[in-house]
Design a protein around this ligand. Structure first.
Ligand code: KG4
Ligand code: ZN
Length: 359
């Protein structure tokens, strides 16, 4: 049980991959294909669920055929089929789920319904030539939909220790990019503009979340004030200058996000005596975030592990990686009855592998 065909269609990326576990336990990505729908959704200013589902239906079959061809493996060599089943856009999730379950039934293979965030967490195992993080460790999961600090314990069980109370970090990048007239997705556009900018020119807020009993939640985030601050700064500058200093604005914004992500993750790791820190999700592709997290990790003797650049944003190899972990402990889902769900808590991921699934 060590070769998996994995599918991902939870949002606006259609993807298929073939991954296998080597004898030394490391994961080999034999093939991965991805088709981004970004261009189709760009003109609407966000992902249109109906359009996303229809495009997944059009794109997925070719991606699967392509991945199997690249891996040069016939069906008998595939041990299991995996697909993301939660969280995400319901119609979009259904495409990979129904396709995956059908293929599994047709070829007599076990099926694994993967939690998208467990997929992101497992993307760190796709790094080549580096040691795997040892549980228990801390993970910073930063994507377009989630910003969470998670404790990963033995057997992969998770506990959320911190989270954003409003926008996710990636969402903040996307919104700020729109305000600055940069493209979508905002993260890469801001990163590119920030390269020649001065991060200390503008001071944007480092949002905190108040506790009802006083003080602040130490590991939680708030990014909505940051977006408003960027808007105000842009409006003020538009009155007094002809050309917006987009590079300085981008660099100052990027620094505000990176600083809170690094500071709170490192504090959480130290407070919980965890000396390994994992960083995954689309925003983990950010160069400054990777650099500053590694710097602060070294300073406090915390080993940092980051997902490979090409597997930070949504992909199917990470889904295969999560499935391989489950398969290793003898788990699989019900290909007949497991459905999809727009939401499901990461802490309750094991329920997806029970005889009677929760949805
Ligand atoms: O993980 P992902 O592909 O999708 C979700 O599951 O949400 O993350 C997408 C997010 C987008 O908000 C995008 O702007 C952000 O990741 N992102 C970045 C970078 N590359 C992608 N943010 C900052 N810097 C980057 N280099
Ligand atoms: Zn994602």
């Amino acid at each position: 049980m060590n070769t998996v065909l994995a599918l991902e269609t939870s949002c606006d990326e259609s993807a298929a991959a073939v991954v296998c576990r080597r004898k030394d336990g490391s994961i080999n990505v034999l093939a991965h294909r991805i088709a981004s729908q970004v261009k189709e959704h760009e003109r609407w200013g966000g992902v249109v669920p109906e359009v996303a589902s229809r495009l997944h239906v059009e794109l997925l079959p070719d991606l699967i055929a392509g991945a199997l061809k690249d891996a040069a493996l016939p069906w008998p060599a595939i041990d299991a089929v995996a697909a993301t089943v939660t969280p995400g856009l319901t119609g979009a999730l259904m495409v990979a789920s129904v396709t995956g379950r059908t293929l599994a039934m047709l070829h007599g293979k076990p099926f694994l319904g993967v939690h998208h965030l467990e997929g992101h967490l497992s993307s760190v195992y796709l790094a080549e030539g580096t040691a795997r993080p040892e549980t228990p460790y801390l993970a910073l999961l930063v994507s377009g939909g989630h910003t969470e600090i998670i404790r990963v314990s033995q057997g992969g069980s998770t506990t959320c220790l911190g989270k954003s109370h409003d926008d996710a970090a990636g969402e903040a990048f996307d919104k700020a990019a729109r305000l600055l007239g940069l493209g979508y997705p905002g993260g890469p556009a801001i990163q590119a503009a920030a390269r020649t900018g001065d991060p200390s020119r503008f001071h944007f807020p480092r949002g905190r979340v108040s506790r009802p009993s006083g003080g602040f939640y130490p590991y939680d985030f708030s990014f909505s004030g940051l977006k408003t601050a960027v808007l105000r700064q842009v409006q003020n500058l538009q009155i007094s200058t002809e050309r917006l200093p987009v590079e300085d604005l981008a660099a100052s914004f990027e620094q505000a996000v990176v600083e809170v992500l690094v500071e709170r993750s490192i504090k959480c790791a130290r407070d919980n005596q965890l000396d390994e820190l994992v960083m995954v999700g689309g925003v983990a592709a950010n160069h400054e975030l990777r650099r500053q997290m590694a710097d602060q990790g070294r300073r406090f003797f915390i080993t940092t592990h980051v997902a490979p650049l090409n597997f930070c944003t949504d992909n199917a190899a990470m889904v295969g990686s999560a499935a391989l972990e489950r398969l290793a402990s003898g788990q699989c889902s019900s290909s007949w009855t497991l459905g999809v769900s727009a939401r499901w808590p990461l802490e309750r991921t094991s329920a997806l592998y029970e005889m009677t699934p929760p949805f």
